[in-house]
Design a protein around this ligand. Sequence first.
Ligand SMILES: *Cc1c(COP(=O)(O)O)cnc(C)c1O
Length: 407
Amino acid sequence: MTRAKRRFWRRSGVAPGPEQRRSPESGRDAFETRAVHAGQEPDPATGAVVPPITLASTFVQDAVGDHRGYEYARSANPTRTALEVCIADLEGAAHGVAFASGMAAEDAVLRSVLRPGDHVIIPADAYGGTYRLLARVFEPAGITWSAVDHVDLDALAAAWHDDTKIVWVETPTNPLLTVVDIAAVARLAHDRGARVVVDNTFATPYLQQPLGLGADVVLHSSTKYLGGHSDVVGGAVALSDDEIAEQIAFVQNAAGAVPGPFDCYLVLRGIRTLAVRMDRHCANARAMAALLSEHPAVSRVLYPGLPGHPNHDVARSQMHDYGGMVSFTVAAGEEAAIKLVASTRVFTLAESLGAVESLIEHPAEMTHASAAGSPLAVDPALVRLSVGIENVEDLVADLRQALDAVG
Ligand SMILES: *Cc1c(COP(=O)(O)O)cnc(C)c1O
């Protein structure tokens, strides 16, 4: 990083992300190279540089049981294999398993590890779908669960049951961007014989490598940054534990929530540009955090890259950079927040996140409306940004005019 750039970040009050790491000693290509090539070697049959979209549902057998690795497309499909190999490689895992959605991936992981009577600990501000899956699908099937703030390790230990089998971690969380110390949670869980699952959707493998920090399973909604263009729904799991991987692959085939070949192709196409997109997402988000930090209409900015963020030091040590999500509270309260999210031009008012276009939303009445009235309810003055890859000056100007109108 140049001196001028460092000066800019010091002035803006937002710390620069740690420099991208590269370890030539490992003998492996760097992340950016693997994102383009892992699982994506030219097609041996035709030389096609891009993995073909194989639509066949069934594959020829030269004699009974004598085939080329593919029999029936629910069990395995070559386009899906390319995606699974790539995701495993990027997460530093031995196995990758792709699903039709992030929720299907969550369902398969829970089903593979848990038996009736088992207990799961989820974050107090877990993704709403995770909470719904446990409370409405797994609880009636005999699974118990607790929601705990994972930043508070004493509270996490206090929530332990004899039957606790999974600690389910999200970091950074949604929408408060709380950062959880993955290595500390993994030590605590492993001492007590439980597995750690990390939902790495917000950070992506480019910014955070949970398996290297001690997690057992990494999970993605590839609908978000991996796909990256708001045009595909998908999920994926990566892990190195052979036994759990076999269970998850068994559930993938037995329950059949598999992604179609075109969906796999779209996620793989997104992954090829993940590194460059994330660099721009992070740089643009840093600029939004800097603008918000100095604007009088804003009472609080939540961004792990801000030195004042309560978990900034953990973020600094376990992430390469701080991601594209920024949340903030509007000083004038709920009505002003609702007015603000409707008055941007480049930021589109919409749910979801992680794609090239910038989005703005009001969590209390949109993504987190189901938490209203519960202890998990979100501050009604909160606004969440998914900062895209547009020109940073256009984004700053757009957000500034919306803030000026309510400040
Ligand atoms: C979107 C999301 C999910 C669910 O994924 P789908 O692809 O929508 O099923 C899970 N976790 C997080 C953090 C998400 O943002």
